[in-house]
Write a protein that binds this ligand. Structure first.
Ligand SMILES: *Cc1c(COP(=O)(O)O)cnc(C)c1O
Length: 389
């Protein structure tokens, strides 16, 4: 209420759905319930030791105590280009096609400011990472939701977007492997989206935060490995999920030089880059032992199998995702996603995220993050067995 009315751009944001859920959590804790949280997509595993040691060493160097270059140190951008070539077989110019980000969320939130004017439309997945819509709104743009439906494997149906919207669309966000649905996209699908974006002059922003979190030998493709994609596309990557570095705030954007330069122009005016010692640690992550990523994925895979098999035994209808550390679980009949979330907290001390929190088409699902140890997953399954669902 206070004296200072918030700006319209903040008041236009969707209402904070989690207030009631936070209250339930606090009440359960007060009753002495040990909550088991599948709610937040934040790795519980520590950052690998060689990355921490690189930071420790770099923090000692006074040269690293001064302002960094906003676009990233040459060594970091070089390391990104090398990693990208080795991982996806795509060549990048570290000078013009790579930009460091203070976590990829920062770049995703800021890019509409570089290209979107009032009246412009941004196509965003629904359900989707909330920052696509918020960043669009802050830039004065209008977001148009592209439903991700189970019947279409949680891929947007481009032919269902009205031509009037396509005409006004200047940007599209896409995210595979996908949060929250855990769906994956084939190279052919990315090819199709690229062709659509090129035909209509749309900037294609692919959020690939989960490109390295995959199972059963599956390797998610990059947008830029689609022939010609650099003409209209950029891809956002993050060290957060790949190297268990969510708290470090380091990510990067790669791709079309003009789009990268636009985002860079916003950033020079708003931030002054990433602490150089953190960038040195980022170099250590990208150039160091990559087999550690495989070990991390093995841990998530075991948790995935334990939780999916357990839920199935309890009669839930769940599939094993090929990538990301999420399960996208259909809500049993008789509940909304929010009602079931509240019920699970109250009756079992289990925290999940209601699908509707990611957009109207997330209704009917819960998102469970596999950032919980196996013993706690077992405990959660035991608690759920006692429920009447
Ligand atoms: C976690 C996440 C990010 C970004 O994480 P940063 O820590 O800001 O790099 C971006 N997109 C999606 C879909 C995510 O889940």
């Amino acid at each position: 209420m206070g004296t200072f009315a918030r700006a319209e751009r903040l008041r236009k944001l969707p209402p904070y759905l989690f207030a009631e859920i936070d209250k339930m959590k606090a009440e359960a804790r007060k009753r002495g319930v040990e909550l088991i949280s599948f709610g937040i997509g934040d790795p519980d595993l520590p950052t690998p030791g060689h990355i921490i040691r690189a930071l420790q060493k770099a923090a000692e160097n006074p040269q690293n105590h001064q302002y960094p270059d906003y676009e990233g140190t040459p060594a970091f951008r070089e390391a990104v280009a090398t990693w990208y070539r080795q991982r996806f077989g795509v060549a990048l110019d570290p000078e013009t096609e790579v930009l460091s980000l203070i976590g990829s969320k920062e770049g995703i939130g800021h890019i509409p400011l570089a290209f979107i004017d009032p009246g412009d439309v941004v196509l965003v997945p629904d359900p989707g990472y909330p920052v696509y819509h918020a960043g669009t709104l802050f830039a004065g743009g209008e977001s148009y939701p592209m439903p991700l439906l189970r019947s279409n494997h949680f891929l947007p149906d481009l032919s269902a977007i009205p031509s009037e919207i396509v005409r006004r669309a200047k940007m599209m966000f896409l995210n595979y492997p996908n949060n929250p649905t855990a769906a994956v996209a084939t190279q052919e699908f990315l090819q199709e989206v690229f062709a659509f974006a090129r035909q209509h002059g749309i900037i294609l922003c692919h959020d690939a935060a989960y490109s390295e979190i995959a199972f059963d030998g599956y390797r998610p493709p990059s947008l830029l490995s689609v022939e010609g994609a650099k003409e209209v596309g950029i891809e956002f990557h993050s060290l957060s999920k790949t190297y268990n570095m969510t708290g470090w705030r380091i990510g990067f954007a790669v791709g079309n030089a003009e789009i990268i330069a636009g985002l860079g122009a916003i950033k020079t005016n708003l931030d002054s880059g990433i602490f150089k010692a953190v960038q040195e640690a980022g170099v250590a992550a990208l150039t160091g032992d990559q087999t550690l990523i495989h070990e991390t994925c093995q841990i998530y895979q075991r948790r995935r199998d334990l939780l999916v098999d357990g839920l199935k035994r309890l009669g839930w209808e769940v599939e094993k995702p090929k990538a990301t550390f999420y399960l996208w679980v259909p809500v049993p009949p008789g509940y909304t996603s929010k009602e079931l979330t509240v019920y699970l907290i109250k009756e079992a001390g289990i925290v999940t995220t209601p699908g509707v929190g990611f957009g109207p088409h997330g209704e009917g699902f819960l998102r469970l993050a596999l950032t919980v140890s196996e013993p706690l997953i077992r405990e959660a399954l035991q608690r759920m067995e006692r429920l009447k669902l």
